[in-house]
Structure formats: structure tokens, C-alpha cells
Design a protein around this ligand. Structure first.
Ligand SMILES: NC(=O)OP(=O)(O)O
Length: 322
């Protein structure tokens, strides 16, 4: 294989949760975020040393929610920034952090590889019904009492987020395509390590004349990562989350973790309502669509500490065609 070809079996898209970069209970200080990213990229760099290449994507839920809050607090002093632009800001700021941590980890490991961040525009349908029914939790967690006060005083939409506390919700339409996908493929052919699709990408939609414009929403990063993985013909999509394995009957005495499930089983459990919206739901939806796209595709859902073992097949939940 020449250096201008990409081995799809050694190419993986790895999606880091925004909630792993600002963990629950943390304020989101820049130092905290750098520390979390450093810890997360170490095993990624170990896998690079084994010959893998990656597209690293990341969530932005806590970060874009914090920016929105800053924006609203400063609205008397400086012009407000629309949500699509705030998404773009997180692509840059979080891309900077992840890119630098990857570079430093590779230098320490004696690996030389180009790393670059691309703030990718992701096409959505601005008439997607999801624009009218917000499902994406962003920003800090509140108690129910704080949330009710904010709903009354500020008119924000706050809802309970998968048993973890109350959060603000914004629209999250389905990602259709990636504007910069050809540039991304070109850089992969040249063996670049890419940070792109961050925050689910910057949401944009087409006008009838073919021009594009930002849409104020936050795309789910697991669905955008899946679209990216399909676009670059990666065979592996890795979704890093807070738990080592996906479980059935979560939080009940019947709870059990899943090691390896087929596409048919994943669909069955999804339809049974085993995976709540706002947590495991979009991850499993992304997994189903990715494996459906090609029977050679596989998805690994795990946490950062189990990544090495999961890639070796000894940890995590694996979703495969058969
Ligand atoms: N955009 C997005 O899905 O972010 P989180 O993963 O942080 O929720």
C-alpha cells in the first residue's frame, strides 16, 4: 500500500464526549479541560504507535452551553453571537486543545505525524422537524429548583437530562453531509491525523441557489462522527463515553452489560427503548447506521480507560453486522 492510500482497517473515527472533557462536577476551567484531554489522548497515541490512524471528533455540549451563557450575560455590552457561530468557536477552541495534546503526547512517545484541525461545516435540513423539538442538552447541570427558576425568569427550555440533572435543551437536526469531506479525504491520504467534526460540526443548510448558511442548533456528535466515518470509508467507529460497556435494563436489578451484539440485536434493543435519548440513544443510533452502511464496519462503545483493551477486543461493547 503506497503512502497515498488509506488502509480502511487501520483508520478509525474516535468520538470524545464533550461531557468527558468537562466532567460532571467540574466548572470547565481551561486547565481541567486540558487535563481531561491529555488523559484521553494518551491511549489514542498508543494506538497510533501500533499503526492506526484516526479522525478525532468531539462533543461540545458543556462548552457551547457555557459560551451561550457567557453570550447572554454580556448581551448589554457586546453583540450577541448566534449558536452556529458558537459551535464554530468550540470547533476552534476544543480543536486547539485536542490537537496540542495529541502533538505533545506524540512528541513524548517519539512519533512524528502531522496533526491538523478542520472546523467542518455539516449540512442539515433547516426544515427538519427536530428544529421545533429540542433534544440536545447543553451547558451546566442545574438542580430542579434552579431549573424551574431559570424557566420562569429567563424563559429558557430546561429539561431533565438522563437522570443526571437539569440542563438547557436546543434543537439537534440530523446531519446529512460534510461540506469539507473531500479535503478531509485528501489529508488522510497524506497520513494526517485529523481533528474534525467537533461539536457535531458547524450546522449549515442549503438555499435553493446552492449557497449555504449557518443554522442555530447543535448537531449530535455521535451521528456526525458516523457520517464522517462513512464518508472516509473507515471500518471502525469508536465512541468514548462515561462507562466501559453499554448496559441493558440500566439502573434496575436486571442490569447487564453487553460485550458484543449484532446489528439485529442492536435494532431490537433500540426499539425496546433500552437506550435513552440524550445519553446512549444517539450512540446506538449512530452504531446501527454505521454497521448498516457496510457489513465490514464495527462500532466500539467504551470509556477512555478501556480503549486499548477494547480495540484488542477484550473490553467495551462491540456492535457488528453478524
Ligand atoms: N455536540 C454533541 O453531541 O456534544 P456532546 O457529546 O458534548 O453532548
Amino acid at each position: 500500500m503506497s503512502h497515498t492510500q488509506v488502509d480502511p482497517h487501520k483508520l478509525a473515527v474516535i468520538a470524545l464526549g464533550g461531557n468527558a472533557i468537562i466532567a460532571k462536577g467540574q466548572k470547565g476551567l481551561v486547565q481541567e479541560q486540558f487535563e481531561n484531554v491529555r488523559r484521553t489522548v494518551d491511549p489514542v497515541v498508543e494506538l497510533i504507535a501500533q499503526g492506526y490512524n484516526f479522525i478525532v471528533t468531539h462533543g461540545n455540549g458543556p462548552q457551547v452551553g457555557n459560551l451561550l451563557l457567557q453570550n447572554e450575560l454580556a448581551r448589554e455590552e457586546v453583540p450577541e453571537i448566534p449558536l452556529a457561530m458558537l459551535d464554530a468557536m468550540t470547533c476552534g477552541s476544543m480543536g486547539y486543545m485536542i490537537e496540542q495534546c495529541l502533538q505533545n503526547a506524540m512528541i513524548r512517545r517519539g512519533i512524528w505525524k502531522n496533526v491538523v484541525t478542520i472546523p467542518a461545516q455539516v449540512i442539515v435540513d433547516r426544515f427538519d422537524p427536530a428544529m421545533e423539538a429540542p433534544t440536545k442538552p447543553i451547558g451546566p447541570f442545574y438542580t430542579e429548583e434552579q431549573a424551574q427558576k431559570l424557566i420562569q425568569e429567563k424563559g429558557w427550555l430546561l429539561k431533565e437530562d438522563a437522570g443526571r440533572g437539569w440542563r438547557r435543551f436546543v434543537a439537534s437536526p440530523y446531519p446529512i453531509d460534510i461540506v469539507e469531506k473531500e479535503a478531509i479525504r485528501q489529508l488522510l491520504r497524506q497520513q494526517y491525523l485529523l481533528v474534525t467534526g467537533g461539536g457535531g460540526g458547524i450546522p449549515v443548510s442549503y438555499h435553493e441557489d446552492g449557497t449555504i448558511e449557518g443554522v442555530d442548533c447543535v448537531i449530535d456528535k455521535d451521528l456526525a462522527s458516523m457520517k464522517l466515518a462513512i464518508a472516509v470509508h473507515a471500518r471502525t467507529l469508536i465512541i468514548i463515553t462515561g462507562v466501559p460497556k453499554v448496559t441493558l435494563n440500566f439502573g434496575t436489578p436486571q442490569e447487564r452489560s453487553l460485550d458484543r451484539i449484532t446489528l439485529a440485536q442492536a435494532r431490537h434493543y433500540y426499539q425496546e427503548g433500552q437506550f435513552p435519548a440524550g445519553s446512549m440513544g444517539p450512540k446506538m443510533m449512530a452504531a446501527i447506521e454505521f454497521v448498516q452502511a457496510d457489513p465490514e464496519n464495527r462500532v466500539i462503545i467504551t470509556n477512555e480507560g478501556s480503549l486499548m483493551e477494547a480495540v484488542a477486543g477484550r473490553e467495551g461493547t462491540h456492535i457488528v453486522a453478524y
